[in-house]
Write a protein that binds this ligand. Sequence first.
Ligand SMILES: [Fe+2]
Ligand SMILES: [Fe+2]
Length: 192
Amino acid sequence: MKNIISINNSADLHKYISYQRFKHSGQVSLLAERLCIQYGTEPDKGRIAGLMHDIAREMSDELLLELAMTDGSKIMNWERNRPVLLHGRAGAVILKRDFGINDSEVLEALRNHVVGKPGMNLLSKIIFVADFLEPTRIFIDPGQRNRIMSMDIDPMLTEVLNMIFYHLKREEKEIAPPSISLYKELQSVKFR
Ligand SMILES: [Fe+2]
Ligand SMILES: [Fe+2]
């Protein structure tokens, strides 16, 4: 996929996020690229979406709201209450505006990576799981990671959601409504 992003663009990513997050993004990028090859979708899109997925993660609540408001979708109450959950939507706005990336799948993957949603395509699913399963994440042990990594994409996504729900419950945080809908969708496919 030529022209979607140049080398200079990825260097510019440093202007938006800390070195630590840059490293995380690099790992998500590598894993997403690998999963794209494994499941049969364009690895370049996985690499780029993985690298850029957290571009807005360190922005202020005010800026996140301001950017997300421009994408044409309504700001939901659960987003207004926790603007950090808008960093995917805001990131997609930045990718389009500052990096000239118009690929709809890549932009969707950025938007969907924070809480997910039902009906996600393969690239969005891959970025969602890669964000959680990349090897520098400390909350998942290598045995558990290997077990999950051997699964097909939907069971893998289900496992990742289970872990996210567990962490949210422990931190007494609310589960975002689209995550619940996504989980229900995965369950209905499983038992059909
Ligand atoms: Fe993120
Ligand atoms: Fe991330």
